[in-house]
Design a protein around this ligand. Structure first.
Ligand code: GRF
Length: 209
């Protein structure tokens, strides 16, 4: 089967992007990055794309009067490269129904907790919330994006223990290590046609005999 084409949307450091690049280059991912799009010009993620000879595009959301106009530009960039699957990897813009409904079951996001925990929170707020909650475990979640923020079908989760002396920073670091495993795993499942979506549940297909 031909590789599926990925569009990765970023705003920052791009360590998850790096994990996808590494999986593509080293582990024979059946998917390849067609474009990396950042809404921040100085995002280190764009440097990572350049280092690996992948097209990187800066689209400044501040140049557009509305979210929808910005998203229309994103759509034209993604569609011009025939992207099959869109991966949000630290992309710090909430997407409107215009964008989300255009790509049903074709947008992934990674959340640095075990959804539905810390739904709607982002960054260190997530880890502070988990620590304050007294939860013994956190982790990360790769899920499909729907108009319900952080509410779409869950594809992969990885668990991380919360330690008594954890700070949001220390917990974030251990969660991030698991994110780098979870994101390529979720992409691989989709690219290899191993999943089936039933309502809000993603079933992993077992081998047929
Ligand atoms: C990750 O923690 C991810 O869960 C969240 O944003 C962060 C992005 O990190 N959505 P990076 O830019 O991939 O290093």
């Amino acid at each position: 089967m031909a590789n599926i084409k990925l569009g990765v949307l970023v705003s920052g450091s791009g360590t998850n992007l790096q994990a996808i690049i590494d999986a593509q280059e080293r582990q024979g991912l059946t998917a390849q990055i067609a474009v990396v799009i950042s809404n921040k010009q100085d995002a280190y993620a764009l440097v990572r794309a350049e280092k690996h000879d992948m097209p990187g595009v800066f689209i400044n959301h501040k140049n557009y009067a509305t979210r929808e106009e910005f998203e229309t530009k994103l759509i034209s960039e993604l569609d011009s490269r025939a992207v099959d699957l869109i991966c949000l990897a630290g992309f710090m813009r909430v997407l409107t129904p215009l964008f989300v409904n255009r790509y049903p079951n074709r947008i992934l996001n990674i959340h640095p907790a075990l959804l539905p925990a810390a739904k709607g929170l982002y960054g260190e707020h997530v880890h502070q919330y988990i620590i304050d909650s007294g939860a013994k475990f956190s982790g990360c979640t790769v899920h499909f994006v729907t108009v319900d923020v952080d509410g779409g079908p869950i594809i992969v989760q990885k668990v991380v223990e919360v330690k008594d002396n954890d700070t949001p920073h220390s917990l974030a670091e251990r969660v991030l290590e698991q994110e780098h495993i979870a994101y390529p795993e979720a992409i691989r499942l989709i690219a290899d046609n191993k999943i089936e979506i039933q309502g809000n549940r993603v079933k992993i297909k077992t081998e047929s005999h």
